[in-house]
Design a protein around this ligand. Structure first.
Ligand code: PGA
Length: 256
C-alpha cells in the first residue's frame, strides 16, 4: 500500500449506543491483546465507546498504543446544556479523538453542518482530534448529487480555526451505514479523490496532509480492498467493531 508509507492508517471503532462495563471490558481487552501488538507506528487503533464507558476504556488503554475517543461533543466549553458533554470533558475522561457530524446525529438530531463546524472547532480547541463525517444519502447519490453534497458538507463543517491539520475526515455514504451495502472500490476512490481536491482547493492542504477515512459496513471481508483504494487512509467501523474477532481482523487487514 504505497500511500501508507507516509501516513498512518487509522482504524476507528464506533461502538455507538452499545455496551455496559462488563461487555466493554471484555471487548476492549480482547482488542487490546491483539491490537497492542498490531497497532504500530503505521496503524492507529481508536475505540469510541459511549460516554459512560470512556473513563473505563481510557484506563484500560492507558500506556498502550490504542487510543480512545468520544462519539460527539457539544460546541460550547461548558454551560446550561442538560445532557450534553463538552470536548474538554471528553479529554478529561481520557479521549484524544472525537467523532463529529456522524450522519446518525446529522439526521437524528438535526445537526447542521454549521453546528458540526462549531463542534469540530471546539474539539480542536480542547486538544482533541475531530473525526469529521461527511456523506451523501441514497437519494442524493441516485440523483447524481453525491459530489455536491460532500463538497457542501465539507465546506461548511471543516474547522477554519485551530490546528486544522489534526482533523480526520471520514467519508461515510449514509446508505452504506449499517446496511451491509458498501460503496464499490471505484466510487470510493472517486469520492476520496474529490475530497483530496477539495481539501487542497478550499483549505490549502497538500495531498495526504489530512487523513481521509471510509466508513459504512466495513467488515473483515471487504476491509483489505477498501484500505487499498487510493486516497483511503483508514476506516471507521460500526457494527464490526463490537465483535473483537472481526475488529482485530480489520486491524490485521491494515497491516497487509
Ligand atoms: P457500520 O457503521 O460499520 O455499522 O455500517 C459505520 C458508522 O456508522 O460509522
Amino acid at each position: 500500500m504505497a500511500q501508507k508509507t507516509y501516513m498512518k492508517t487509522y482504524i476507528i471503532g464506533n461502538w455507538k449506543m452499545h455496551g455496559v462495563r462488563t461487555s466493554a471490558r471484555a471487548l476492549a481487552s480482547t482488542v487490546l491483546d491483539a491490537a497492542g501488538r498490531l497497532a504500530s507506528q503505521k496503524t492507529e487503533v481508536i475505540l469510541c465507546p459511549p460516554a459512560t464507558l470512556l473513563s473505563l476504556i481510557a484506563d484500560l488503554t492507558y500506556n498502550t498504543p490504542v487510543r480512545c475517543g468520544g462519539q460527539d461533543c457539544h460546541a460550547e466549553a461548558e454551560g446550561a446544556y442538560t445532557g450534553e458533554i463538552s470536548a474538554a470533558m471528553l479529554r478529561d475522561a481520557g479521549a484524544t479523538y472525537v467523532i463529529v457530524g456522524h450522519s446518525e446525529r446529522r439526521a437524528g438530531h438535526s445537526e447542521s453542518s454549521r453546528e458540526v463546524n462549531r463542534k469540530a472547532e471546539a474539539a480542536l480547541a480542547a486538544g482533541l482530534r475531530p473525526v469529521l463525517c461527511v456523506g451523501e444519502s441514497l437519494a442524493e447519490r441516485k440523483a447524481g448529487r453525491a459530489m455536491d453534497t460532500v463538497r457542501r458538507q465539507l465546506r461548511e463543517s471543516m474547522p477554519r480555526q485551530g490546528d486544522t491539520k489534526r482533523v480526520i475526515v471520514a467519508y461515510e455514504p449514509v446508505w452504506a451505514i449499517g446496511t451491509g451495502q458498501v460503496a464499490n472500490a471505484s466510487d470510493i476512490a472517486e469520492m476520496h479523490a474529490h475530497i483530496a481536491t477539495l481539501l487542497k482547493s478550499e483549505f490549502g492542504f497538500a495531498e495526504t496532509e489530512v487523513a481521509v477515512l471510509y466508513g459504512g459496513s466495513v467488515k473483515p471481508a471487504n476491509a483489505a480492498e477498501i484500505l487499498r483504494c487510493p486516497g483511503v487512509h483508514g476506516v471507521l467501523v460500526g457494527s464490526a467493531s463490537l465483535n473483537a474477532e472481526e475488529f482485530v481482523a480489520i486491524i490485521n487487514a491494515a497491516q497487509s
